[in-house]
Design a protein around this ligand. Structure first.
Ligand code: F6R
Length: 616
């Protein structure tokens, strides 16, 4: 996820506060960084692929020192590689309008084509540059008012963005504005000027009173004031919020652990993964690359998913989705097993690697073997530019932003959303899904973000915390699920064991009677997943069997009878079967987190584990 900073000071030098702000957002991860300021009446930009230290080397010549107004950005590449040319800020052709941007401009290609037809030359591959040219194109008709020009430009844009725009007109007047439609953006007035940032952390050194922009709002900053207007251009009055985080909370955005922060980022992750891909009009999904075109997808006969750990669980969900929605058989294999097994060639025609890091040694080796066996490779991955993405024939980036907690949470949710989009595209290409059917499924996907937000509401999270506190001394847990929620049972067990060191096993609920039921006793119970699907009656009898043996039962799901029967019920919002894994996994992530917290474990760095397993 990228970072935005900006400032309009009364005097002094703006550069140190821009660089300090970027440094405070460093924890979000980035692969290039840049600043733009107005020096001696002209806009000047410095940007570099690499780290903030690389940018500082360029700034060390002092050429940009002493300016009062500027914007800065740290970029995590999505459109175009992490190069100097693609780093932000981006300017229009006159060099008078400068833009930094987080998010995605969905209709970037159409806008770019229109601008090019009108004679605009682009200097980067980013969607952000479109914004700079568009704003510049509207300045004259807006009478030189930057906020007005931005509002008119944004009326043409479809997407999900937070942007800051700097303008220097011919008479020497400078303007600084910012706007939000999706990703967070806030502003604050300090004693020496006004500040904007994508994360309040970067404002806190200047003031603790922060105003968060709502979707559709534009803020105009001068050294002495901040003016907020809505989509219609009407003035908005809103109180700033007082933030009382301490500096050490900074890296984690105020959360006690990265894992908790990343769990709370999941609604945004869903939106980012879907943005620009759901085509409701056509009842289809747009995935970048020829590989995802109708003709190529029609020739796919069988898929082989190769992954490890949590990513493998996402692969199992993908199997249910692709087999159920597109009718193509899918095998899922542990990458570490596949790489050494004698696999008859041509078992599958396409292998799909799933990975947060894109650097997991076993997964890469398994994919290379699949390639040798004649498979084409697709990567579902969070890290653009990773080895997996570079080696694959096509990729679906999940765009979850850097995941820092060792226990994977938001990447898992992103992987499932990507798998869902892939299954819909496949179904549409092969005719197993009509446009209307895809439209319906996309409608559910649109509701998902709000449903996850509801699950993360304070009182629900507190409820899970109480539950975890009560059960943290259990000897262990069985996690049971059926169908598409069986992989979620595996994931719930993995999450709990890796961060709390409690014994936990995930099972398909129907397997309980074949062995694990022997383990049930008063301090070893079950977490049972119970969506309202075709097999919920059978899940209900699982609950009865565990209770009959004195084991405590936590039920997560929507089926009223199961929820009623269990000792503890965690009801989740209603959603169709195909997306129920996402709503069921969120409470399990929080349950694991709070059990581990209660047990005093090192949550973000569990013992013996590494974030990225790049060796065998
Ligand atoms: C569990 C976890 C691991 C990873 C696995 C694969 O929380 O994080 O099980 O899922 O090591 O890693 P990636 O996705 O980077 O290939």
């Amino acid at each position: 996820m990228c970072g935005i900073v900006g400032a309009y000071q009364r005097g002094g030098d703006v550069l140190p506060s821009l660089v300090e702000g970027l440094r405070m957002l460093e924890y979000r991860g980035y692969d290039s960084v840049g600043v733009g300021v107005i020096v001696d009446g002209a806009i000047a930009v410095r940007r570099r692929a690499g780290r903030i230290a690389d940018l500082e080397k360029v700034l060390a010549d002092g050429a940009l020192a002493g300016c009062r107004i500027g914007i800065g950005h740290s970029r995590w590449a999505t459109h175009g590689a992490p190069t100097d040319a693609n780093a932000h800020p981006h300017s229009d052709a006159s060099g008078r309008v400068l833009v930094v941007h987080n998010g995605i401009i969905e209709n970037d290609k159409d806008l770019r084509a229109e601008l090019e037809a009108a004679g605009t030359t682009f200097t980067s591959e980013t969607d952000t540059e479109v914004l700079a040219h568009l704003v510049a194109a509207h300045l004259a008709e807006a009478g030189g008012d930057l906020a007005k020009a931005l509002r008119r430009a944004l009326a043409k844009v479809r997407g999900y963005y937070a942007i800051a725009v700097l303008h220097q007109d011919a008479s020497g007047e400078a303007q600084l504005v910012c706007a939000r439609e999706g990703p967070p953006l806030c502003v604050g007035a300090g004693t020496d000027g006004t500040y904007l940032a994508s994360d309040s952390l970067a404002i806190l050194p200047h003031t603790r009173d922060v105003l968060f922009l709502e979707d559709g709002e534009i803020a105009v900053l001068t050294p002495d004031s901040i003016r907020l207007t809505n989509r219609e251009g009407e003035e908005v009055e809103r109180e700033a919020q007082h933030i009382d985080w301490d500096a050490e909370d900074a890296d984690r955005g105020g959360f006690e652990h990265f894992m908790l922060k990343e769990i709370h980022e999941q609604p945004e992750v869903i939106a980012r993964c879907v943005q620009g891909r759901a085509d409701l009009e056509a009842g289809d999904v747009r995935l970048d690359g020829e590989f995802f075109g109708d003709e190529r997808l029609r020739s796919v006969e069988r898929l082989e998913v190769l992954a490890c750990g949590t990513a493998l669980h996402a692969g199992l969900v993908l199997k249910y989705l692709v087999e159920g929605l597109a009718g193509i058989p899918v095998d899922v294999d542990f990458a570490s097993e596949y790489r050494y097994r004698r696999v008859p060639s041509a078992r599958a025609t396409v292998a799909i690697g799933i990975s947060q890091s894109g650097e997991t040694a076993d997964t890469l080796a398994a994919l290379r073997k699949a390639r040798d066996q004649g498979c084409d490779l697709i990567a579902i991955c969070n890290a653009q530019g990773s080895t997996m993405v570079r080696e694959a024939d096509a990729s679906i980036l999940i765009q979850a932003g850097p995941e820092i907690g060792v226990a994977s949470t938001k990447a898992f949710v992103g992987m499932i959303v990507a798998a869902y989009l892939f299954a819909l595209r496949l179904g549409r290409a092969r005719g197993s899904l009509s446009g209307e059917a895809v439209r319906e499924r996309l409608g559910e996907l649109q509701r998902l973000r709000g449903a996850v937000e509801a699950l993360l509401a304070k009182e629900r999270v507190e409820g899970l915390r109480d539950l975890a506190d009560r059960l943290a001394d259990q000897k262990g847990f069985l996690f049971l699920g059926r169908g598409i929620n069986y992989p979620i049972a595996l994931e719930g067990a993995l999450k709990l064991k890796e961060i709390s060191y409690l014994h936990a096993e995930g099972y398909p609920a129907g397997e309980m009677k074949h062995g694990p039921i022997a383990m049930i006793e008063p301090d070893l119970g079950a977490v049972v997943l119970a969506p309202m699907d075709g097999v919920v009656d059978k899940v209900r009898s699982n609950i009865e069997q565990v209770k009959a043996r004195g084991g405590p039962v936590v039920c997560v799901g929507t089926d009223p009878a199961c929820l009623e029967l269990a000792d503890d019920a965690v009801e989740v919002p209603e959603i169709g079967e195909w997306l129920s894994p996402i709503l069921n996994v969120v409470p399990l992530q929080l349950f694991s987190y709070y059990v581990a917290l209660r047990r005093g474990c090192d949550i973000d760095k569990p013992r013996n584990l590494a974030k990225s397993v790049t060796v065998e």
